[in-house]
Ligand binder design. Structure first.
Ligand code: AMP
Ligand code: MG
Length: 402
């Protein structure tokens, strides 16, 4: 059995060997994908000096407070107008400024009488107000978006301004999921006798989709060595980046996953980590035709299964892609917690921010890893490190948002 930190180091090293591939995709399909190139602007943004307000463009002279309107420039209909200190051009937001105009007075700051405008008393009047300079947002040939940006609509707006209708992004990792267990029935069925619904396939597939990766569903295999062998062989030969099984990875009589992986040539890197929940987690690598698949055997217990996915799979994918998306916060405990062993615990909690801005966290339910519905009431995991025992109300704990 290894420590959580040792497991993390092994995983970091193996994830680093994954062969990240890239593809070109249409800008409109790029939301939530991860940029695999820097985006450079092909133009200055804005491309020309322009007005930030509807109003009047002038050449600033601190001693002048009335001007004659000598022309008008709607946005997109520029014509050069030569002005002097006593003339103004009616201008709209976004309109290009004539070359001698350096200042814009908003329409609400002047009185208009016939073809003249008069600055209102108390109106703000200073050189260059209400103008936007060519290139002040971004200069041509400068980086507009950094490689490894997780693309959201505000990034897509930037790429669009740079004229990019297609982007190079990382291909989604292909992640296979297989559930094992004689007791499992699909969720459409009402389980009878000693059967239970196979919730893990659903939690894992949606957890994979939640980080916008590609899931491949290998269904449910019964606890039969040959059946598990055939299904795992199929999965291992499916060019996956990652294969995740759930169940059958402890030391029970019908737990075949580890043994079959070994038979199939999976190089087991660790089995059992000093954590709670999820101790029996297994990790190995499988290489075929120069392609490596990372193999995870997660426990069947639905709480352990999902928490182990967050800790070992999701976290490492996010780190590999340099995404700064893991949300850890320090919070004050509102309950005493029971923790009497030297494992690292990940307890289900509910975190809120007080009116004063302080983070407060309370535990959710009994902390039994058998209680899945209790996990459904949580929004974070409370992390209690190996050496820390029985944290008390009022103490500070680290929480990982889920
Ligand atoms: P195992 O890891 O196979 O010993 O399973 C541990 C516990 O998790 C048992 O109570 C199983 O019934 C339950 N379990 C196993 N697989 C699943 C699954 N796919 N969905 C929901 N519960 C499961
Ligand atoms: Mg089982």
């Amino acid at each position: 059995m290894i420590s959580f930190n040792e497991a993390e180091n092994i995983l970091k090293n193996e994830f680093g060997k994954l062969n990240l591939q890239t593809e070109q995709i249409d800008l409109l399909n790029s939301v939530n994908r991860i940029l695999a190139e820097d985006i450079v602007s092909d133009i200055n943004l804005p491309p020309f000096n322009n007005s930030a307000m509807d109003g009047f463009a002038i050449h600033f002279n601190k001693d002048v407070s009335e001007w004659k309107i000598i022309g008008e420039i709607p946005a997109g209909n520029f014509n050069e107008i030569i002005i002097d200190d006593n003339s103004a051009v009616s201008i709209m937001t976004g309109s290009k400024l004539p070359k001698d105009c350096d200042t814009v007075i908003p329409i609400e700051d002047v009185d208009v009488k016939a073809d003249k405008i008069y600055l209102k008393e108390g109106a703000r009047f200073a050189k260059a107000i209400n103008t936007r300079k060519k290139g002040e947002d971004l200069l041509k040939d400068k980086i507009a978006l950094q490689k490894n940006t997780l693309l959201k609509p505000h990034h897509i707006a930037v790429a669009a301004s740079c004229g990019r209708s297609a982007l190079k992004v990382y291909k989604r990792l292909r992640i296979g999921v297989l559930a094992t267990g004689n007791e499992l029935v699909d969720i459409h069925e009402t389980p009878i006798d000693d059967k239970i619904r196979c919730s893990n396939l659903y939690s894992l597939i949606t957890a994979i989709r939640d980080i916008n990766m590609h899931s491949v569903n290998f269904g449910i295999a019964k606890d039969n060595k040959q059946l598990i062998h055939d299904r795992l062989k199929w999965a291992l030969e499916s060019d996956l980046d990652i294969l995740i099984t759930t169940g059958g990875v402890s030391e029970g009589k019908f737990d075949y996953v580890k043994e079959v992986h070994e038979q199939l040539g999976v190089d087991i890197k660790f089995w059992k980590v000093k954590i709670k929940p999820g101790k029996p987690v297994l990790f190995g690598t499988y290489s075929r035709n120069g392609v490596t698949t990372l193999v995870f055997g997660l426990p069947g217990n639905p709480v352990s299964c999902l928490i182990n996915f967050f800790l070992f799979v999701q976290k490492n994918i996010q780190e590999l892609l340099q995404l700064n998306t893991s949300h850890k916060l320090l919070a004050e405990l509102e309950d005493d917690l029971k923790k009497e062993d030297n494992k690292r615990h990940f307890m289900r909690g509910f975190l809120i921010q007080s009116k004063e801005g302080k983070y407060l966290v309370r535990k959710v339910g009994s902390q039994s890893s058998g209680n899945l519905a209790e996990m459904g009431k949580s929004n974070c995991l409370i992390i209690v490190e190996e050496e820390r025992m029985n944290p008390r109300k009022g103490e500070t704990v680290e929480c990982m948002m889920i």
